[in-house]
Design a binder for this molecule. Structure first.
Ligand SMILES: Nc1ncnc2c1ncn2[C@@H]1O[C@H](COP(=O)(O)OP(=O)(O)OP(=O)(O)O)[C@@H](O)[C@H]1O
Ligand SMILES: [Mg+2]
Length: 364
């Protein structure tokens, strides 16, 4: 049977929702080279130790072993994505995406009797930033569609299992616009919010490395006014990491570690040679700056295009910056949503479902 899934291949994290299963899967977009690790105590969940070997004709380097997500987070040699990476062409993005799809297919299911290769077929919905969509959506689709193989190595509960991930179709849409589609429709894809569905809506979707400003009018993306910027929350997180290191000699091993602290409101770091330091003032400075810049951009866009009826600020960056943005916005009213980092992926799933319903899937 073919599964339909939405997958948001984010620079910060890859999110997957499979049609019919309620909970999204989230894997940080970090990988490091894999090796035979010493396991003193096995981790208590597979997501904590994704150790995979991936074969795919679409990877520049096939058949490599990787630690993915949380397992790579503490590794010296880990890599997070940079501004210059393009998720449509990056091996790293594809590695995390395939791992997530393989995991989503077998998580919580016991190994079939007899073992051997397991197979899953997908129709997926996914997306690209406004600015790379035009030039890269075909290449992105071609990279995803096809047959890939993910073998789980030392991963708890899954070791020894190999999944052939067959992607039959990939429906590529635009970040931010998909989030709005999700907000405007219910699970049966019927309109649940007339104002959003029929109106002219501005969106500012703040990701890790890109911020998208699609304008959506009656659910169509406005070609002239939609734009994007090549910065996101990660740009500011990197500055905070640098300044904390310069001032206090404390180095966060990854952005994910830093944002984890900020989310839990743990602003104290331990200094070498005893003593603690408060990083809150540094966070306030950079987040305040980010918020000001975003509010200025939103105001400028709204002035340029006064047909916009309301402006949604979405993406994980909106959750992180919300209070700072509200303050910087003054009396300009902006809309926020809960769990806004997950809106795109839900939108991608709905778009995949709607396309899958319309056209027969090519079979070979
Ligand atoms: N609930 C939250 N609270 C605070 N910060 C968050 C939250 N969710 C995500 N973030 C942070 O916001 C930033 C953007 O997250 P998001 O998941 O939207 O990025 P992404 O989709 O992976 O990146 P991109 O859109 O650039 O590909 C990240 O740095 C992330 O750590
Ligand atoms: Mg994103």
């Amino acid at each position: 049977m073919i599964k339909i899934a939405g997958i948001d291949i984010g620079n910060d994290s890859v999110k997957v929702v499979v049609d019919g299963s309620p909970r999204p899967i989230l894997i940080p977009s970090i990988v490091s080279p894999g090796y035979d690790r010493h396991i003193l105590q096995e981790e208590d969940s597979p997501l904590k130790a994704l150790d995979v070997q991936i074969r795919s004709p679409k990877l520049k380097k096939s058949n490599q072993r990787y630690f993915v997500g949380l397992l790579a987070m503490e590794d010296q040699d880990n890599s997070e994505l940079e501004e210059t990476d393009n998720k449509a062409t990056s091996d790293q993005s594809l590695v995390v995406a395939l791992t997530a799809l393989a995991y989503a297919a077998i998580a919580g299911q016991s190994h079939p009797v007899g073992g051997g290769l397991e197979e899953v077929e997908y129709i997926i919905g996914t997306g690209l930033p406004v600015r790379s969509y035009v030039a890269f959506h075909r290449a992105f689709e071609e990279r995803l569609v096809g047959e890939h193989e993910v073998a789980f190595l030392s991963t708890p509960e899954l070791h020894g299992r190999t999944v052939r991930v067959i992607i039959r179709r990939a429906v590529v849409s635009v970040e931010g616009a998909a989030a709005l589609y999700h907000l405007a429709t219910n699970d049966q894809l019927q309109v649940k919010n007339e104002e959003l569905h029929g109106g002219c809506i501005g969106i500012c979707e703040i990701g890790a490395l890109t911020t998208d400003f699609p304008v959506v009018k009656r659910m169509n993306i406005d070609n002239q006014f939609s734009t994007g910027e090549q910065f996101g929350l990660a740009t500011y997180l990197d500055s905070i990491i640098r300044e904390v290191e310069d001032r206090f000699g404390y180095r966060f091993p990854s952005r994910t570690k830093l944002i984890g602290r900020i989310r839990n409101r743990e602003f104290t770091v331990q200094r070498v040679g005893e003593g603690k330091a408060d990083i809150r003032p540094i966070v306030d400075v950079y987040f305040g700056r980010a918020a000001q810049k975003l509010v200025d951009l939103i105001r400028k866009r709204w002035k340029k295009y006064p047909d916009i009826e309301c402006f949604y600020v979405l993406g994980g960056g909106a959750s992180a910056l919300r209070s700072y943005i509200v303050e910087a916005a003054g009396d300009m009213r902006l809309r926020f949503e809960e769990d806004s980092e997950l809106l795109n992926v839900h939108g991608y799933l709905k778009l995949a479902k709607s396309k899958a319903g319309q056209m027969p899937v090519a079979q070979d």
